[in-house]
Design a protein around this ligand. Structure first.
Ligand SMILES: C[S@@+](CC[C@H](N)C(=O)[O-])C[C@H]1O[C@@H](n2cnc3c(N)ncnc32)[C@H](O)[C@@H]1O
Length: 261
């Protein structure tokens, strides 16, 4: 997606609507259990400097700064996402937490050896194929030797995409890889100890909970949006659940490192 497309897709209005279904601060699986599982895969110590790439509404950035004492920079290409995070940070100031608007493909934040941890949740699928490897090479250079990486992302299932799935992914501006291809790309970018795991169950649980909320609180939703918008939201959730059930859509967790030297 271009930066202009991202600004539109992640406008304040759309993102706050999706946040109601995913949970406060999130545009994807954001339960306490998922957060705890992800952080348990890393060695997080107070004072480490973490870059949250595609930080969205900041759920992880706030939790990482507050609970793990990290210095966190949230980077997001959509200005509305950063603006919401800055407003929330003013209400809940945390030392060492900041948000910057910028595209990971060209951000000035990515200076050599400047972060201890790269953390990115459900952002990479938006990066077009030709830009993915160059972006990860830049990120590798920005990570200090020995630094850690955690990625969650939407991926293609092993049997490939149906015509319906391919058309929806194109419409939603997502360019997915299989988990194995994702891992191989990080290896090519220079990372070591690359491990990928299918955790689609987390995505399913989160989508099903959102769908239940949409149905249970239908009247509240319809007080805030048109019937067409409500039906569009339900259709989006139903399609994602269907793609996930059929194994076309996979939610992957990846960890990696930059070698010590
Ligand atoms: C699905 S949301 C996930 C947000 C957050 N990480 C979460 O888990 O709730 C993806 C986010 O990535 C951002 N994004 C997509 N492509 C980006 C890029 N090239 N550079 C920076 N941010 C990007 C979008 O603006 C959006 O806020």
């Amino acid at each position: 997606m271009t930066t202009t497309d991202l600004a539109e897709r992640y406008s304040r209005r759309v993102a706050l609507r999706h946040e109601r279904l995913y949970g406060h601060g999130y545009q994807g699986p954001g339960s306490e259990a998922v957060f705890a599982e992800l952080t348990s895969r890393l060695d997080l110590r107070p004072g480490l400097r973490l870059l949250d790439i595609g930080s969205g509404l900041g759920g992880d950035s706030f939790r990482l700064a507050e609970r793990h004492g990290l210095t966190v920079v949230g980077l997001d290409a959509a200005p509305d996402m950063t603006a919401v995070c800055v407003e929330r940070a003013a209400e809940q100031p945390l030392p060492g937490l900041s948000f910057v608007t910028g595209d990971v493909r060209g951000s000035q934040l990515l200076t050599p050896d400047s972060f201890d941890v790269l953390w990115t949740r459900d952002c990479g699928a938006f990066v077009p194929p030709a830009d993915k490897l160059p972006a990860w090479r830049r990120l590798h250079a920005a990570l200090r030797p020995g630094g850690q990486v955690l990625v969650t992302d939407y991926c293609l299932g092993p049997q490939g995409a149906s015509a319906e799935f391919a058309a929806k992914m194109a419409a939603w501006g997502q360019y997915m890889l299989t988990p194995d291809a994702y891992g191989a790309m990080l290896g090519e970018a220079g990372f070591t100890d690359v491990a990928v795991e299918d955790r689609s169950r987390h995505l399913m649980d989160s989508m099903l909970a959102g769908r239940r909320l949409l149905l249970d609180e239908q009247e509240d939703f319809l007080a805030e949006m048109t019937r067409e918008e409500y039906d569009g939201l339900l259709d989006r959730w139903d399609r994602k659940i269907g793609f996930c059930e059929r194994g076309e859509l996979v939610w992957m967790v990846l960890t990696a490192r930059r070698a010590q030297s």
